[in-house]
Each structure stands twice: as C-alpha cells, then as structure tokens.
Ligand binder design. Sequence first.
Ligand code: PLP
Ligand code: ZN
Length: 424
Amino acid sequence: MTQTYLSHYQCALCGRAYALDIVTYTCPTCGAVGTLDMRYDYTALRRDLTPAHLSAQTQPHTLTMWRYLPLLPMTETAHIPPLHVGWTPLIPAPRLAAALGLREVWLKDDGRNPTGSLKDRASAMVVGRAQQLGVNVITTASTGNAAAALAGLCASVGMRAVIFVPAKAPPAKIAQLLVYGATVLLVDGTYDDAYALSLQASAEYGWYCRNTGMNPYTAEGKKTAALEICEQLGWQSPDALIVSVGDGNIIAGQHKGFYDLHQLGWVERIPRLIGVQAAGSDNLVRAWEQGISAEAMQRGGTETLADSISAGLPSDRTKALRAVRETGGAYLRVTDAEILAAIPSMARASGVFAEPACAAAYAGLIKAVESGVVRTGESVVLLVTGSGLKDIRGAMQSVEGEGGYPVGREINAVRDVVARLNLA
Ligand SMILES: *Cc1c(COP(=O)(O)O)cnc(C)c1O
Ligand SMILES: [Zn+2]
C-alpha cells in the first residue's frame, strides 16, 4: 500500500469542499451540474515526489497510466486492472505541422488502448475504485466507447457490467459489449432515457455507477493522458492542446492533469485548451461564444455522424467551460463533411487512423489555424481519442468515390497505372 495524497472533493461550480467519505458522485447542493474535482495535498507531493523519481520507475504497472499512482485516487497496486491502459505514444507529425505552418504537431495516440479509445483510462480508474469498494457490479448508460471500455475493463477483473443503451443503438457497437460479456439492457427511448434508468437502477441495487462526469473518478483517470504528454515532452507543456468534445469529460480531465502538474511546479504553464464540437451538437461552442453559464445551458442538438461527441446537454459542462475559459483557449465547431474529409487527410499525413469523433479535432485544428486561434510557429498536441477501426462505416464513407484500379491479370495494365501515378 502506498500513501494517499488525496485530500478532499471540491465542487467545480460552488467551490464547497467535501470529505472523501461524504459524497460519491456530484455536489449535494448543486446537483448534476456540480461535478467534483479531486484535490490533493500538493505540499506533501512536492516534498515526497520528483519527476526524476517517476521517470525512473520500472515495475510493469509503471509502464501504464498507473505510473502516476501517487497523483491518483488509488493506493493498492492490487486493485489495478491487468489490461495495459495508457502510456500511449506521442507521435511527431512533421508533415502535418509543415502543412499548417506550425512549429510542431504531436498526436497522442490513445486509439491504442485495449478497447480502442481514451475511455479506457476512465474505466480502469472506476474499476480500480470498484475493487477497492468491494462492489461486484458497475453500471453505465452509453452506446459507445465508454460502455465498451467499461465492459472490457470489467471482463479483465471478472466484474459484472450492466449497460443501459437505447434500443436503436448501432448493432456493431452493441456487439463489442456482448463480446466482453456485459449485460446489455435495451431501453425503448433516447440516451437521456437510458441515463435516467441507469441512475434509478444504480440507486435501487447499490451498483456502482460509471456515468461520465457524474463519477469524479472518470476525469481523474483521463487526466493521465495530460500527465503523459508533459512527461513525453520532457516536462513541458505544448502551446495548445486540441481535443474533440461531447460531454466535456476528456477536456476537463486534461485541464486537471495540467493543473496538478502546475501545482507541483513540474510544468511552467498550462496550455491553451481548444475544444472541437460537431456543428449539429455544439452546445458548449454556443455557451462559450455567448457567455452562457453551465447552469443556464439548455439541452441542444445531437445530430452528427461522429456519435462519440453527440451530447445534447454535456454532463461535464461546468468543468468543460472552465477548462477553456481559464486557459485562454477556444471552442470551435466543424461540419460532418469536414469531419469525414479529416479522416483520410490526417491518416495520409501521419499514419494515424482516427474515428470520426477524433478526426473532428484535426478538422478543428485546420480551422484554428485559419482563424488565428492557433498561430504560426506554435506547438500543438492533438489528442487521438479513438481508433478508426471503431467506426468502419464512417471510414468507408470518408473514402467514398475512391477505389482500387482494376488490372485484370495483366502486367500491362499495372504498367499503365504505374505510369499514370508516377510510381516508377
Ligand atoms: C467520448 C469521446 C470523445 C469526447 O469525450 P467527452 O468526455 O464526451 O467530451 C471524443 N472522442 C472519442 C473517440 C470519444 O470516445
Ligand atoms: Zn456545488
């Protein structure tokens, strides 16, 4: 057992502090909009921990997101799920940088996590917490990557995952849950209806609930991507971090990661955080443009082919707005056509194949450069939140109209193509 530096919870909205054993999910005063931050004893951490100490670790779990154990709400290494989550590569993309006039662009490739998305970081944290609590069932409402991540991480430790999904969810997404052995409850309604039912069932049976944003462990797990980025850059922050946004939990988690390191004095500054949403589900962009508070936000649209960033009323809206406002960042919107075009253009310039929700961040980066939100000569990290293999239908749509060259069985036909394409 290692020492815990975790101190208390603090409501992101009203600032009230809560002892760790008093609350489980959101602020009792503010309700669902009052999502909680975990606060640490930064003085003790500064005294006991150095970057050199962290970087020198060699046990197997320290080659995953758990290398930052003292900065996480976890003490027992025995509670760490066995799948390899995190410590994903930070890939330089010099041709992308050159095309955009930027000094450096890096891709943080979280599509390489065990179930194919950054959501594994949150689910690993939640499953670790569930092991500590001794619960046997975890529930969530989701159709997508969060559910798959929970199903996979639960399978890795033999825990039950009960997942509420709209009955109309894409069968391929449900298949990944079934493969992992999750119990899938098909709700005759929307994502919101599934969410409401998951809360009711969680209260009735005492199941631990992973719902994004509502469970404070999700953002703490996701913050490890930001910790890794800083370490991989030699304990420096880039000028800007760009990430696609639905519920706002990933961008909130990145902000928290940089915040923690800044508190420790390990990085000099927190990068500007730039959130990208789909034009058909752009509630946070609107709130940011119009200066609307998280509490005043109303339910917005959910229309986009990038289903992982479709969110009518983002569950982590309080922290998601704060992340951009406090770092001098921005929210941008991109159309579905721009998202589709970004999939092959990003893959061809870097070798990294992203699902639509993540390609949205690349489309957003192009816009950010055009509009001066990101300036010539700056360094940018783009968070690759999900693998392109997650959404083959989206990938096929992105290269519609392209195809192979029929060559029969004739070397002459091959020669024609080679000549036409200048491949010789
Ligand atoms: C969940 C997800 C996002 C958005 O994260 P939020 O926390 O909902 O803002 C972006 N990309 C991918 C691939 C995701 O799965
Ligand atoms: Zn509160």
